[in-house]
Write a protein that binds this ligand. Structure first.
Ligand code: FES
Length: 104
C-alpha cells in the first residue's frame, strides 16, 4: 500500500516583490490540517516559509489566509488527500511576508 500525499500550492512574496507559487507534496494522514501541513513543510522542506499562528484551535485568527480563493483559518481546515490546495496571504491586510499579513 502506498502512502497518501497532499499538495499545497503556496503563494510566497515580500512587499513590493514579485509573488511566486511553490508546490509542496507531503505525506497525508487523517485529520491533517493545513496549518499542520505548513509546519511539516517548514520542518522538513523549507524553514524559510513564513506563517503566523498561536492557538492552533480556531480562536486567535493569526493563521488567517486565503484558501482556494476564500478567507479562512489554516488551523481549522483539513488537507485533502491526493489533491492540491491553493494557499495565499489574505488580500486586504498589508503583506509582511509569504502568508503573514498585518493583524487588524
Ligand atoms: S492558530 Fe489560532 S486561529 Fe489558527
Amino acid at each position: 500500500m502506498s502512502e497518501q500525499t497532499t499538495t499545497l500550492a503556496i503563494t510566497r512574496a515580500v512587499p513590493g516583490g514579485e509573488a511566486r507559487v511553490e508546490e509542496h507534496t507531503i505525506p497525508y494522514h487523517d485529520g491533517l490540517t493545513l496549518l499542520d501541513a505548513i509546519i511539516w513543510i517548514r520542518r522538513h522542506q523549507d524553514p524559510s516559509l513564513a506563517v503566523r499562528f498561536s492557538c492552533k484551535a480556531n480562536a486567535c485568527k493569526e493563521c488567517s489566509a486565503t484558501i482556494d480563493g476564500k478567507p479562512g483559518f489554516l488551523c481549522a481546515q483539513r488537507a485533502v488527500p491526493e489533491a492540491t490546495t491553493r494557499i495565499e496571504p489574505l488580500k486586504k491586510p498589508r503583506l509582511i511576508r509569504d502568508l503573514v499579513t498585518e493583524l487588524y
